[in-house]
Write a protein that binds this ligand. Sequence first.
Ligand SMILES: Cc1cc2nc3c(=O)[nH]c(=O)nc-3n(C[C@H](O)[C@H](O)[C@H](O)COP(=O)(O)OP(=O)(O)OC[C@H]3O[C@@H](n4cnc5c(N)ncnc54)[C@H](O)[C@@H]3O)c2cc1C
Length: 301
Amino acid sequence: MSPSWDADLLVVGAGPAGVAAAVMASSLRMTCVVVEAEEVGAKLRAIGALENVPGGWSTGAALAEALAGDLARHQELGRVSVLSGRVVRVAGHDDRAEVALDDGRVLTASAAVVATGVTALAPEDAPWVEAGETRWLPPLWWAAAGDLEGRRVVVLGADRPLGTWLRAHPRAKVHFDVLFPEADRYKTDEVAGNPRLGLDIVDRVTIAPVPEGFRISAWRPGGGVHNFVVDTVLGNMGSKPAAVPGLVVGADGYCPPEEQHPRVLVAGDLKGARMQRIAVAMGDGSRAALEPYYRAQPGLG
Ligand SMILES: Cc1cc2nc3c(=O)[nH]c(=O)nc-3n(C[C@H](O)[C@H](O)[C@H](O)COP(=O)(O)OP(=O)(O)OC[C@H]3O[C@@H](n4cnc5c(N)ncnc54)[C@H](O)[C@@H]3O)c2cc1C
């Protein structure tokens, strides 16, 4: 007797990789449960301008809506279900893959595709930042221009989204004080001289919430501390893989697909630091869904 599964395929994360996996699985008449912690295409929605995704997409938000529409169509066909929730554990067993959610639900299927991408570094991940109880900072790349105009804003870290944000909002009347470690200096070439930025190398920064916003203390190389208060602090310190417990994790924190249990397939940005692109993630997701399909075909596995 074949085991009783919740679906043929479980998909963790509804970014471009996860949606491509679900659509491919459904097109092969496999049933599929997608679990997403935020919303379909959550990361894409912050991309103001797109020029490298075939199909004529010019914004990430438009693509995210189209992906949500794809999932909705396959839901109507009765082959895809989308659950809202955070996956806290993935496991591969001889006869099944298992995915546990933060509300206690456990789902099973023949295989699971994990496509949770990367997530913004938190203050505690950056050795040059001391943020006390402030465990999370809103990422710069999520920030709406209208919310920042007229405010005193500090950006921690000079990661690439700085240039992307400025290009995407050419008319935003903002001024960012960007505090970053020496190691980020090479990333500032593309924004050097921008009149909307103050660029400051620091050895160390502390942040403390105060009624007006945040008190910042910035230690400059060679001595000297600059203390000031700002309305808003945004994180731009880089990203880390959103590895789900249960996956095999490499020294760099990413999850190499070839080292996972055969029933657990990793797709998209979670695979490695290189090739982090939407079109690559879509190809990966489609391929991951095809693996269990071919494995189940006599003579093709
Ligand atoms: C500012 C910015 C601009 C970019 N611009 C471009 C560009 O112009 N062109 C390009 O090709 N790429 C661009 N990228 C990269 C692109 O967004 C990624 O390569 C792509 O989104 C990766 O897709 P993915 O499906 O692997 O992961 P993601 O899109 O990150 O999707 C992962 C999904 O998993 C969900 N998730 C995470 N953890 C869990 C969990 N435990 N349980 C359930 N769900 C979970 C997340 O909420 C998310 O929806 C940009 C990225 C950023 C940040």
